[in-house]
Design a protein around this ligand. Sequence first.
Ligand code: C5P
Length: 226
Amino acid sequence: MAKAIVITVDGPGGAGKGELTKRLAKHLNYALLDSGAIYRVLAYAARKAGLALFDEESLVQEARVLNLSFDVQDDGVHVLLNNEDVTSAIRTSEAGVNASKVAAHPLVREALLQRQRDFASDCDGLVADGRDMGTVVFPHADVKIFLDASAEIRAKRRCLQLEQSGKEANFDEVLKDIKDRDDRDRNRPVAPLVPADDAFILDSSDMTIEEVLAKALELINSKLDN
Ligand code: C5P
């Protein structure tokens, strides 16, 4: 099979990467990798197993045996841990904070690298959502997008998302979590959150998701035509 076309969408939490990736994958009929879900599930599994999130060695062991799968259903992609649906459990703000703690360990990231690259086999195209998709996981991706937005706008969007899924949201707490997570993601020594040199930076602060999608498709078409 020919090498899959890879489109990476990196950026901070709440910039709209999840929605953009989902719509791009559907529009282009490509497979989808939600790499954040992998770190979220690992943190969730580690907590369940009673592991400390600073215990890198134990987290690496857990990462190696992590029985994780994605199930595409009509209402979106469901995340399964040992065949149990953990989609909603891993979407809380706390799960995001825990994921960023787990993700700060270099050996944990290394243990999860191949698992992420495998998503690009057995498909014609892949849209990969994360923090280091264009810099580390798929450095030779065909198109790289870095989706950004101000912390306040991202917090507002996150609150709306939480409320829509029936969860409580406190704006100040969500904003603090977002800023703490940004700090941890941007300042970690390995795979920090930075745009790849060849990434197209898109600030979605004042854009609707339809406008972001249209811009991304314009960019993808122009890159793939060349
Ligand atoms: O994208 P999402 O909010 O689900 O990611 C949760 C956390 O997982 C991020 O804050 C980040 O610390 C970590 N992550 C990462 N590298 C990725 C994807 C997510 O470090 N490629």
